[in-house]
Design a protein around this ligand. Sequence first.
Ligand code: FAD
Length: 370
Amino acid sequence: MRCAIVGSGLAALAAYATLRHGEVEPEEIVVFGSHEDPTAVWRVRAASIRQARMRSESEGHLAPASFPGLAVREALRRRSAMPLLQTVVNRYHPTVDDFLAHASEVRTRSGWDKSFRAQRVERVRALAGGFTVDGEGPFAHLLIATGHPGLARPDAFPSAVHAYEPHDYADKVAVVGAGMAAATEWLNALAAGAEVVSIRRREPLRRPLNVPRPYFSKRGLAAYQASSAEKRAATLRELSNASYPPGAAWDAPLRTAEAEERFRAFTPEPGSNGSNGAGCTGVQVIAATGFRRGFRADALLADLVDAHGLATHDRWIVLAPDSTVPALTDARRTLSIAGVAAQWAFPAADTIAGAKYAARAFRRRVCRTR
Ligand SMILES: Cc1cc2nc3c(=O)[nH]c(=O)nc-3n(C[C@H](O)[C@H](O)[C@H](O)COP(=O)(O)OP(=O)(O)OC[C@H]3O[C@@H](n4cnc5c(N)ncnc54)[C@H](O)[C@@H]3O)c2cc1C
């Protein structure tokens, strides 16, 4: 039996660690990826928006077993019950530094480096007994975890810096977007002494996690997975609206800055792109506009869908509830998808919890076949 993982980010590391926990040996797994350090891509994005704390909570970690979570680890390290108390009321958010230190431990302990192969994969094909990866294989079980297919840049602001690229702040800053990255950037730019205009199409949604909590529960998920294709797509469209958490830590600095006339929101007229009227001339524009969307924007996935005529709905690949591709998964072979491209199975696929959801289902199939 041989497994392959295509992609080398957080979802790939979660899957690798989970397979290793299922006693699949490093020699039986090949990770084809662009970055040997599985945190490399994420780390730059988080650092660019100066993210200090995770949006996720204690269970947003990459170790294969749920327990102990990051709160327990921090409580033991600091000899303090505070992280555990905060967890009880859903107020514990690990620091980004702690999360990255933990990811690095998981990488070392799992043996990731023994299986990693630096290779940007162009083509995956199914055969009777498995899959080829750029002609190599076959691998009986394959998980694709290629992450987001690039940054979304607003046409109206061609010279904008993207929030997920390293940048500093000018004296006058306009931030396009209304999600977590935008909210973080308002506060960053204000703290750096800038005047800030927030350009947004609608009032920002306030949500503690990327996706409402019920979707992380068995019951909420079962209802989603039982809904019709059209309803599922409508749910995913609704959930893809940008949001950031509620709370005074976000609101208080904005209120103060508003009173000082250093922060204002600007909503362009419908049909206008916002480049006029926001007073953006001579202003640094930061595009907090997230990522390109849909499987068509990922060349590897688009090619796979076309080559095998896979079922899709709108911008999503249709997956089974366990994140596998039904047409290419049977008793002997598994094709799974993890990360944002797996939202059809799990709406919060683009979170660490989502990475683990796909990883565990993949391991179950791999270990069953063994
Ligand atoms: C700033 C930021 C903060 C976030 N904070 C949180 C949080 O607090 N909690 C939470 O749960 N989630 C959070 N998320 C969401 C989520 O955890 C991330 O999106 C996560 O990085 C997804 O992991 P991934 O492996 O799917 O994608 P990535 O980490 O992007 O990794 C994909 C990897 O695959 C490589 N790759 C792509 N195509 C190929 C190919 N054809 N061949 C080989 N390799 C390829 C890429 O180059 C990349 O290295 C955050 C996201 C961002 C951007």
